[in-house]
Write a protein that binds this ligand. Structure first.
Ligand code: WQD
Length: 339
């Protein structure tokens, strides 16, 4: 079975391609290389011994996407391709709506025309905004996200739900909490382009001396140590959840229309300071930091109740925060060796 993986050379995409290939799926990647580099494709082959088909183009090029569906029997899609920088999305909202939603709609037009089902969507816990109670489960009411990025994720979910209902198709919306870490081989990981937005890549670059010090955005939150709390899930565990969600859709012959929704997290919250200390302990390095004012749009606390995914997908996040952070440092050392 050939699975289309959009953004398949990106951070979570590349780790998911590895797990798909290891599970015996054929993979067709479309990636415009705007947030990654081609060497990731070679490293996927090194890790798995298999070379996925790769097309380097922007999914808004509908005519090129049609050619992919004409050349391959596509049986499902995992859609990662999207712009994902929260801060940037506030500055160029129209570009975010166009890229994230036009790309999705182009794929769905092909799925509609060719009667294809099994669509996995890369969504985010950001659709919950600041949830009133913890842990966050799938029945938690959605709130209009603060960021344009988050709004594109919520709109993407709505588009897919309407698609599944109208055309009787099977979809799975995967709401990630905070993905971190790198593949144990040290050959794929998060390629921060420019100044990292996210905490862990910034911690990594600070420890490596690329950044002078980490800015901790706020230590006056109503949490144990005053810094904000998130649910940091190891990227390989997250990738395995995608394969489990896809297999469930493929095997689910019970109904034509299936709308699965899963929160993918560890179920444990960690503060910014706890992440910094865990990184230092795991890798015997120092991460200099300074406390700064809060970052606009940040929620105070967000961690998952992963019980639904555990029960229905037979999946569980197994990797500790420290082990995830150890893989990050190995990845930085690999990047240093390439330069
Ligand atoms: C985590 C915590 C920051 C950087 C976003 C998206 C989510 C997903 C992951 C794509 C916060 C603090 C961060 C820094 C800091 N996106 N921080 N100094 O904002 O929880 O989630 O990225 O998949 O959809 O919403 O992640 O890593 O940016 O921040 O203090 O230099 O670390 O304030 O409390 P976030 P993050």
């Amino acid at each position: 079975m050939a699975i289309l993986v959009t953004g398949g050379l990106g951070y979570i995409g590349s780790h998911t391609v590895v797990e798909l290939l290891n599970s015996g799926f054929e993979v067709v990647i479309v990636d415009d290389l705007s947030h990654t580099e081609r060497f990731i494709l070679n490293n996927i082959e090194e890790i798995t011994g298999k070379k996925p088909v790769f097309y380097p183009f922007d999914l808004r090029r509908r005519e090129l996407l049609t050619q992919v569906f004409e050349a391959h029997k596509i049986d499902g899609c995992i859609n990662f391709a999207a712009s994902k920088a929260v801060g940037e999305s506030q500055m160029i909202p129209v570009d975010y709506y166009e890229n994230n939603l036009f790309s999705l709609i182009n794929i769905l037009q092909e799925f509609k025309a060719r009667e294809i089902s099994n669509f996995i969507f890369s969504s985010s816990c950001t659709v919950y905004g600041q949830a009133d109670t913890m842990p966050i489960d799938e029945n938690t009411p959605l709130k209009m996200p603060e960021s344009v990025y988050g709004k594109t994720k919520q709109m993407g979910e709505e588009i897919l739900i309407d698609f599944a209902k109208a055309y009787h198709r099977k979809i799975s919306l995967l709401r990630y909490f905070n993905p971190i870490g790198a593949h144990p081989s040290g050959k794929i990981g998060e390629l921060p382009i420019g100044v990292p937005d996210n905490l862990v890549p910034y911690v990594m670059q600070t420890a490596a001396g690329i950044r002078e010090k980490l800015n901790i955005w706020g230590d006056d939150y109503p949490t144990e140590d005053g810094t904000a709390v998130r649910d940091y899930i190891y990227v390989v565990d997250l990738a395995k959840a995608h394969v489990a969600a896809l297999k469930k859709l493929i095997e689910d012959q019970s109904a034509e229309t299936v709308i699965d929704i899963y929160n993918l997290g560890t179920g444990k919250g960690s503060s910014v300071l706890e992440v910094v200390k865990a990184f230092e302990k795991a890798n015997h390095v120092e991460v200099p930091y300074q406390i700064c004012p809060r970052r606009e749009g940040d929620v105070i606390i967000a961690y998952a109740n992963p019980a639904k995914a555990e029960n229905e997908l037979g999946w569980k996040s197994e990797t500790s925060l420290e082990e995830s952070l150890r893989t990050v440092w190995e990845w930085q050392k690999y990047l240093n060796s390439r330069n």
